[in-house]
Design a binder for this molecule. Sequence first.
Ligand code: HEM
Length: 190
Amino acid sequence: MPTAIDVSSVAGLIAVGMFTAQILLGLLLSVGYNPIRHWPRQRWIKLFTLHNWLAYIGLGTAFIHPTILLASSDAGFRPFDIAVPIWSPTQPIPNTLGAIGFYLIAFVVLTSSVRRVFGRHRWKQLHYTAYGAAAVFFVHGVWADPLLKNRTPDFIDAEKVYVEGCALLVVAASAWRVRQRTGPRGRSAE
Ligand code: HEM
């Protein structure tokens, strides 16, 4: 029978996958990728709609990930330790990084849901916070001990390799995006 700590860890891994997909979709949107003219040549794929929905589902999953720990007497977390984990019972630093990542993503989602208030240029600048959030939650995902026992991370453990793979994918796709923008036929930066 999986414990609340196990379920929390799986929810965290799912959230990392969703945010990775989210950033890749955002990068495709930013270069104007058209899935009707290019692969997979499907009319029903709406990148913006996917990007929009995944934002809310990902944020919900990231919220559930630590909240599940409240159901575990072994973890010993109080609601305050979830919101501000700096004094949390175990691994306070990686937990705090996770919380910062969550708040940064919440900021990106919130500012996007009211983006007309800011105007496109200012909203876009705020949206770059997504890259900062990604850096923070990838470090959190690699560093945090899934058993909450303060063990040093095993970088070749399957779960850690998955998070590292997601991070590499985001770095590679972001480098590709920068080349698209600055290449001979690239769109100008806004
Ligand atoms: C309601 C929520 C969101 C909306 C409406 C939204 C909308 C958009 C749009 C329209 C673009 C394309 C901008 C362009 O044309 O250049 C974009 C790009 C992007 N989005 Fe989002 N987004 C949302 C949430 C998120 C979240 C939660 C993340 C991160 C996990 C994210 C990461 C990105 C990234 C990395 C880009 C590419 C930025 C660039 O390098 O130009 N977005 N988003």
